[in-house]
Design a protein around this ligand. Structure first.
Ligand SMILES: Nc1ncnc2c1ncn2[C@@H]1O[C@H](COP(=O)(O)OP(=O)(O)O)[C@@H](O)[C@H]1O
Ligand SMILES: O=C(CO)[C@H](O)[C@H](O)COP(=O)(O)O
Length: 384
């Protein structure tokens, strides 16, 4: 799969999808990307020097070196962190090091639109080691030879520059349309839900299960895959599990999910205990690269099977919130749901029972809505 080409094709086809009469009204653009999806590019041309490292790829070869330089249990101390990907590339590659530049997926796509290489945001940069609290890369990271490839970092939703002239004229966007720094996919989903008070949380039930709880306290512990993203003056505490919709999609079509779910009685607990994963390895609430998927025994009834899987995913979610509480985060009091799983009303009822918290579908379940809110913020800053 040529990921780079497919992402590029997608971004331009999305621009084409904007109705022609709306294009002159677009004041700003921002993008959210999959967190820790990492692209090493040539710092002059922006062309990738290597295939992209996807968010769920692990680079265990780099872990001992990363652990030897980073503080104990820092977020980068996980095989799938952006820093492990960078170190793994750095150790394997002999040429091109001098001209290399690291970008996250959102940074690279935004670059296609604004043309200024080397800009990121403090959400995407968290997993490469950026410290959003002091707003800089830490000294232990800057002391490394590969620190030269790190991008500059600004707050999400900061205007970077105008939409490139050739794109603007080709598609008919306005002259002063600005392109703003973005964020990660699950933070965008949190923003879309418009949850602004500590204690409010968003669970994104997309391909994976990502949890974000608004907290006044920052928590980070790689032993459990827990980290905190900065959200203005507060913290989005949470993590991402490898369980989620991608496992469901391997077993059922979306139509089957819809039909079978309708037959589930959500008030009854399923006795089936699974750990639904697509492959070996879990990140949160247990960080265990060797955790095996558990999807057996499979009952004859598909309704019972799906009930067991949805209930098991809900148990993982409950364990995650309970872990955050034990670690001192602001206590979760309400959970909004985003992503493709948010439309499943029966699952919401199951989760409400298992979590012991009010659970509802977010008003906006698309992460893209959160990215649009960041674009709005950037546009407002440009005007002021
Ligand atoms: N009715 C449903 N109940 C539960 N999950 C669903 C349902 N319909 C779709 N899904 C899941 O939603 C996922 C897609 O959600 P989406 O937010 O688009 O994912 P991504 O994280 O890839 O952007 C699929 O993996 C699919 O299994
Ligand atoms: O698994 C994911 C990719 O779909 C999660 O959304 C992602 O890992 C969450 O990361 P972050 O908390 O940095 O946004």
């Amino acid at each position: 799969m040529d990921w780079i080409q497919s992402w590029k094709t997608t971004i331009f086809s999305l621009l084409k999808d904007v109705p022609v009469h709306f294009r002159p009204l677009v004041a700003s653009i921002s993008i959210d990307g999959t967190s820790a999806t990492t692209i090493i590019v040539d710092g002059t041309t922006g062309e990738p020097l290597w295939r992209p490292f996807l968010y769920n790829e692990s680079c265990p070869d780099a872990l001992p070196m990363v652990k030897s330089i980073a503080p104990v249990n820092h977020t980068v101390c996980s095989g799938s962190s952006t820093l492990c990907k960078l170190v793994s590339w750095w150790n394997a590659e002999d040429s091109n090091k001098k001209s290399a530049l690291l970008l996250h997926q959102a940074d690279w796509l935004l670059w296609l639109l604004h043309g200024k290489l080397g800009v990121s945001d403090y959400n995407n940069a968290l997993k490469v080691g950026y410290d959003p609290e002091v707003d800089s890369y830490p000294p232990w990271l800057l002391a490394q030879p590969y620190s030269q490839v790190l991008p500059s970092v600004t707050a999400p939703g900061t205007s970077i520059g105008f939409l490139k002239e050739d794109i603007r004229t080709q598609f008919g966007f306005r002259e002063d349309c600005v392109v703003c720094t973005g964020t990660t996919d699950s933070i965008a989903a949190f923003l879309a839900a418009r949850a602004t008070h500590p204690g409010k949380a968003v669970t994104s039930l997309g391909s994976t299960l990502a949890i974000k709880l608004l907290s006044t306290k920052r928590i980070e512990d790689a032993r459990f895959g827990v980290y905190s993203h900065r959200l203005d003056d507060k913290w989005l505490v949470g993590g991402a599990s490898n369980t989620g919709g991608a496992v469901l999609r391997e077993l059922f079509t979306d139509e089957q999910l819809d039909k079978l779910s309708k037959q589930i009685n959500p008030t009854e607990a399923s006795p089936l205990e699974y750990y639904p994963l697509k492959a070996v390895g879990e990140r949160f609430p247990v960080a265990d690269p060797n955790l095996a998927p558990r999807l057996h025994p499979r009952p004859e009834s598909d309704v019972e099977y799906l009930h067991g899987i949805l209930e098991s995913i809900a148990r993982i979610e409950a364990k995650a919130y309970s872990l955050l509480k034990d670690m001192g985060a602001t206590q979760a009091e309400e959970v909004f749901t985003a992503g493709g799983g948010a439309k499943n009303e029966k699952w919401i009822k199951i989760r409400e029972r298992v979590l012991g918290l009010p659970v509802s579908r977010a008003m906006q379940t698309e992460a893209a809505f959160g990215a649009a809110l960041l674009a709005l913020k950037g546009a407002q800053q440009s005007i002021n």
